[in-house]
Design a protein around this ligand. Structure first.
Ligand SMILES: Cc1ncc(COP(=O)(O)OP(=O)(O)O)c(N)n1
Ligand SMILES: Cc1nc(C(=O)O)sc1CCOP(=O)(O)O
Ligand SMILES: [Mg+2]
Length: 212
C-alpha cells in the first residue's frame, strides 16, 4: 500500500543554486537539519545524468528515513529505485505516471488552483504540491501566486495531503500550516544558503514548535 511521506520539510534541489556545495552535500546537510523529503529537480539534465545524481542521492539518504523523489523523469525515478516521482499538470497523465511507477512508489502532483486540487484522484496521487504561494526566481515559468488564502483553498479542495511551495521562508511556516498544508517545500531557503544545515534547522524548529 502506498503511503504519503512526512511532507513537513521538503527540499527541492536546484543544481545551479547548490553549485558551491553540490546537490548531494546540500541534501546531506538539509537532512541533518531536519528535512524529511528530498526532491531531485534538475531541469537541464538528461535521464543519464538524473540517474547518476539520483543514485548518489539515494546512497547519501540510505538509512535516514528521508524520502527521495525525482522530478519529471519517470524513467530515471524507476532506474534509481527512488521512493517517488513528482509531476506537474503538463508533464504526463497521472494514469500513465502511476502505471509506469507501479503501486508502491509515491506520486506527487503540482496543482495551482482549487479546481485542479479537487480533480486529484487519491487512488493515483499521494500528495499535491500546492501554490505557488509567492512569486519566485527559482521557477521562471511558475503560475500566478495565490498567497495564503489561495493556498488554503487548494488544500481544502484536495483529497490528499498538500505541501506548499513558492517563495517560502522560515517566517512563513506558521501561515502555511494554518492554511492546512502538511509542510513547506523550499529551494532557495536551503540551496545556496551559506549554511544549508542551519537553514534547514531554522525551518524545522518553526515546524516543530507548531506541530510537536
Ligand atoms: C513539491 C513540488 N511542488 C511543485 C513542483 C513543480 O512541478 P512542475 O509544475 O511540474 O514544475 P517543474 O518543477 O517540473 O518545473 C515541484 N517540482 N515540486
Ligand atoms: C519548483 C517549484 N515549483 C513551484 C510551483 O509553483 O509549482 S515554485 C518552485 C520553486 C520554489 O523555489 P523557492 O523555494 O526558491 O521559491
Ligand atoms: Mg514538472
Amino acid at each position: 500500500m502506498r503511503r504519503c511521506p512526512d511532507l513537513s520539510l521538503y527540499l527541492v534541489l536546484d543544481p545551479g543554486l547548490c553549485a558551491g556545495v553540490g546537490m548531494v552535500e546540500t541534501a546531506r546537510a538539509a537532512v541533518a537539519g531536519g528535512a524529511t523529503v528530498v526532491q531531485l529537480r534538475d531541469k537541464a539534465a538528461g535521464t543519464a545524468r538524473m540517474i547518476e545524481t539520483g543514485r548518489a542521492l539515494k546512497a547519501a539518504l540510505a538509512g535516514t528515513g528521508v524520502v527521495l523523489i525525482v522530478n519529471d523523469d519517470v524513467e530515471a525515478a524507476v532506474a534509481i529505485g527512488a521512493d517517488g516521482l513528482h509531476i506537474g499538470q503538463g508533464d504526463m497523465a497521472v494514469t500513465e505516471a502511476r502505471a509506469r511507477i507501479g503501486p508502491a512508489m509515491v506520486l506527487g502532483l503540482s496543482v495551482e488552483t482549487p479546481a485542479l486540487a479537487a480533480a486529484v484522484d487519491p487512488a493515483l496521487v499521494d500528495y499535491i504540491g500546492a501554490g505557488p504561494v509567492f512569486a519566485t526566481p527559482s521557477k521562471l515559468d511558475h503560475k500566478a501566486p495565490v498567497g495564503f488564502e489561495g493556498l488554503a483553498a487548494q488544500v481544502a479542495a484536495s483529497p490528499v495531503p498538500a505541501v506548499a511551495i513558492g517563495g517560502l521562508k522560515a517566517e512563513h511556516v506558521a501561515q502555511v500550516l494554518k492554511a492546512g498544508a502538511q509542510g513547506v517545500a523550499v529551494v532557495s531557503a536551503i540551496c545556496g544558503q551559506p549554511d544549508p544545515e542551519a537553514a534547514a534547522r531554522a525551518l524545522r524548529d518553526r515546524i516543530d514548535a507548531l506541530t510537536v
